[in-house]
Design a protein around this ligand. Structure first.
Ligand code: GLC
Length: 439
């Protein structure tokens, strides 16, 4: 095991640990982010299990009364972070949490996956069970919220209503849907992110203007989902979000079983979501999954790394998986043996691909981690090992960056980024030959 890399990863996490939760990055993201915390807990599971529990516990202190788990929880003063609690102004909704203040949107639901991971790797199973017992009702309320409020046609597919909800803020997926939002004049606010990292690595001002316009609509609707649904120009059934929900429901079923509760409702929802992803989001012509735009009532014909993540939840058939692997192992994504470190976030041959701009091309460690586990699940050992080696190699050579240039390898965005460190820990601690436990 690589002791030096383990020490270096732990040092990043220690720097970002506040005593209650882990900041994704001290300067760029100084509060608690929802899906970051779940990835971070997955890394802590192997070395600091009590801290992993605290991470998730802190996040859920921001949960709303209706189950919504917010994408940012502001535990202390918001400082100069933008947009802070005053911009979100969520307390106009009686369900919202005011202590701690939160944002009014969500992020991908990977939390039950993290909770189950904690239990699986726990040395003290009794303590792990106590924690699962504490978390189970909150996880259930979170998933219930999504299926109740975000699945208007009862398809088993939930929608996102803001690019930030996808976790892939400026992915080319959103270009077309966002173009429906007219913006006029210069930005009426100062962007702090552009002072912290190179603006060429970040979304544009036009993207930001649209992000903020959606927030303003949510405030006008007082965060009431039925009003938002009627008026929001951005309602998307996203592959990544629904895939993680499907796996999270499966893991919640396992949690229910070890707690002596009824796993069946969770299994039924997971099965419905898996079926719907296959029926509605599979792109037969290209061998990849694609998002569906509920406003335009059409698929979004844009191919991003998230289109392969259903492998993680065991959703594709073996024939579909074979086609996906051929697509992954091509010039569009990452052909083994080519000058390519790991799987980029966007089709390298598509218009607008960028090696450095955030979700428009760079390699993200969390997406590669999801793929690594998905490829293992389908027995694609060679490609899985390539991805695993990249997850270790990129941070070792270039540091624990937020994302990496797929060709040159160098890091971009924030340095000393928490989920990069945490997921490196996870792959170092889980044995090379280990196959992902069956669901
Ligand atoms: C960015 C990423 C998002 C992440 C957040 C905090 O907004 O796109 O996925 O959760 O930063 O790290």
């Amino acid at each position: 095991m690589d002791e030096t890399l383990i020490k270096a990863a732990l040092a990043v996490l220690d720097e970002n640990w506040t005593g209650r939760f882990t900041r994704p990055s001290a300067r760029l993201y100084p509060h608690q982010w929802s899906w970051d915390s779940a990835f971070i807990a997955i890394g802590y599971a192997h070395v600091l299990p009590r801290r992993a529990e605290q991470e998730l516990r802190s996040l859920f202190t921001g949960q709303w009364r209706n189950g919504l788990l917010p994408h940012i929880v502001f535990h202390g003063p918001s400082g100069n972070y933008f947009p802070g609690p005053e911009v979100w102004a969520v307390t106009c909704n009686p369900n919202a949490s005011s202590h701690p203040p939160t944002s009014g949107i969500v992020q991908p639901p990977n939390h039950a996956i993290a909770a189950w991971h904690l239990y699986q790797y726990a040395r003290d199973r009794t303590q792990a069970l106590v924690f699962l017992n504490e978390l189970y009702p909150r996880l259930k309320a979170w998933h219930d919220y999504l299926y109740r409020e975000r699945d208007p046609f009862h398809e088993g597919l939930v929608y996102i209503r803001h690019p930030w909800e996808s976790g892939m803020d400026n992915a080319p997926l959103w270009d077309q849907p966002l173009s429906r939002i007219a913006i006029d004049g210069p930005l009426p606010f100062q962007r702090v992110d552009k002072q912290v990292v190179n603006p060429a690595d970040r979304p544009t001002d036009t993207d930001y203007a649209r992000y903020l316009q959606l927030v303003s609509l949510f405030r006008t609707c007082r965060y009431e989902e039925s009003r938002i649904q009627e008026r929001c120009p951005f309602l998307i059934q996203d592959v990544l979000f629904n895939t993680l929900l499907c796996q999270a429901e499966r893991d919640l079923a396992k949690i229910a079983r070890v707690l002596g509760r009824d796993p069946e409702p969770h299994e039924a929802r997971a099965a419905q979501t898996a079926r719907a992803i296959n029926q509605k989001l599979w792109d037969e012509a290209h061998g990849i999954y694609v998002d569906y735009d509920l406003v335009a009532e059409s698929p979004i014909d844009v191919h991003v790394v998230a289109g392969f993540v259903p492998l993680f939840a065991g959703i594709p058939s073996s024939e579909q998986a074979r086609r996906m692997c051929a697509n992954l192992n091509s010039r569009s994504f990452c052909r083994l043996g080519d000058r390519c470190y790991a799987v980029p976030s966007y089709d390298k041959q598509a218009p607008g691909f960028s090696r450095r701009r955030y979700w428009r091309g760079p390699v993200w460690i969390n997406m590669n981690w999801l793929l690594y586990r998905g490829l293992q699940r389908y027995g694609e050992q060679k490609y899985a090992m390539w991805v695993r080696n990249a997850i270790i190699d990129l941070p070792r050579r270039y540091g624990f960056y937020e994302y990496y240039d797929p060709e040159a390898g160098c890091g971009h965005g924030a340095d000393r980024f928490s989920w990069t460190a945490a997921l490196v820990l996870d792959v170092l601690y889980t044995c090379r030959s280990e196959t992902v436990p069956p669901s």
